[in-house]
Write a protein that binds this ligand. Sequence first.
Ligand SMILES: NC(=O)c1ccc[n+]([C@@H]2O[C@H](COP(=O)([O-])OP(=O)(O)OC[C@H]3O[C@@H](n4cnc5c(N)ncnc54)[C@H](O)[C@@H]3O)[C@@H](O)[C@H]2O)c1
Length: 274
Amino acid sequence: MTVLAGQVAILSGGLGDIGQACAVELARRGADVAVGDLWFDDRVKRLRDEVEGLGRRFRFDEADVTDEKQVADWLDSVNETLGTVTLGICNAAIVEPLDFTRLTADVWRRHLDVNLTGAFLLANGVARRLVEQKKPGRIVFLGSWAAEHVHKHIPAYCVSKAGVRMLCRSMALEYSRNDILVNEVAPGIVNAGLSRQLLEEDVELQSEMIRNIPTGRIMTASDVARLVAWLCGPENNHMTGAVLQGDGGISLVSAAERHTPELNAGIVKNTPTL
Ligand SMILES: NC(=O)c1ccc[n+]([C@@H]2O[C@H](COP(=O)([O-])OP(=O)(O)OC[C@H]3O[C@@H](n4cnc5c(N)ncnc54)[C@H](O)[C@@H]3O)[C@@H](O)[C@H]2O)c1
């Protein structure tokens, strides 16, 4: 399948589980892929081998999304080496479980800095360069069902993802006449990142989560990546400012039904990235 042939994708936090799955899925559909993350490690070689094995070009840069200059330099050098970035995937995020009684201003700021400002810097950097070059493009934010659903133990994360949702809608409106479609994928609980670690460590927590998800299964990073890739592809030629709520229906379950005492106990112990 080469529906994305000729496209160049840039992905922040691309060494994380969902980031890697997105890189591979976009490459599988024909895009060249530039991945950034905070540091270089052996995941880069594995990802490069996989992407290049699919016949696509791959590039890795150390890029902290909170640093405006680093993001701008990263974008400029990808534009010079791989060609104009046409697909921007804002994926980098952090979660540090601290409820309001323990949350510090530093932790609060860190969430907004990485999850919201980082997403703004990358997305707007991609969009402005596309406008300058009069080219169409797509931007996808990795949001979360937590944008609209309160989770007591991770308020800073929830607020940052609520901000991403409005960022997405605002940018979608701004750039709609430039043929730049801006959307969000909002996963539920994914077997990825910190959640994966916790699910693997705590079988009880895992069964509790499965009981809470209406479709009865925890989604995978590849499930998320397919939604991201679909938003980037030609089948989406008109939708902008939308949320693809890919969460197995968990956002349909009320908090009262969802948060059983057992699950709450698990979350206090170990909070997954939601
Ligand atoms: N795992 C889940 O259950 C879940 C659910 C809903 C939404 N999400 C969202 O999906 C996205 C990916 O999550 P994941 O589960 O793959 O997590 P992950 O921790 O595996 O990946 C996040 C990546 O972001 C990178 N990162 C952190 N700070 C950065 C910075 N300042 N600059 C650049 N990179 C930085 C990390 O190094 C990491 O590689 C996130 O936006 C997350 O909020 C995840």
